[in-house]
Design a binder for this molecule. Sequence first.
Ligand code: HEC
Length: 151
Amino acid sequence: MNDSANSDALPRLQGRGIVRKLSWLALVLAVGIGVHFALQGIIQSGDAEKRKGPDLARLEQLEATDPARATKARAGMLKYESICRLCHHRTGIGGKFTPPITGKTEAGIETLLKLYRDGVQMGPLTNLMAPWAAELSDEDISNLAAYIAML
Ligand code: HEC
């Protein structure tokens, strides 16, 4: 009699153990997911500027007034966003080791880019900049200058 009561209780106890284990697992998962999203929020909130796209409003304004120039600037923008932005920042303000490239005339930017392309030693970090300029065609340079001049 006693024996059969014990063998009935055993599976019930085991069942409760599994429920408890699963609750722990759910709790750990919930905390893990919470921490993941909180960290993601913290990391990304510091980086909002880096995730912003180019200033399309100004380009659209130019498209309305001077479509030919806007086409050049748009081509320059695509190039800038894919290469130059990495070091010179979205707005051309430069970075820790990179000079700002804003506030220059279009012709000035063209001249500088051609000097870098020709392999002229410019500043202390020319080695960082020259390989990128070496890849640019005359058309790229003129498009980039049109875009950078309006940054
Ligand atoms: C790997 C980082 C890097 C990339 C990518 C890069 N640059 Fe530069 N750029 C530099 C550095 C560093 C300098 C300063 C070099 C020196 O000391 O001579 C510079 C200088 C310049 C200058 C001259 C600024 C001045 O006042 O003398 C211009 C203009 C320029 N870059 C435009 C561009 C354009 C356009 C692109 C994209 C095709 C580009 N850069 C891509 C790092 C970079």
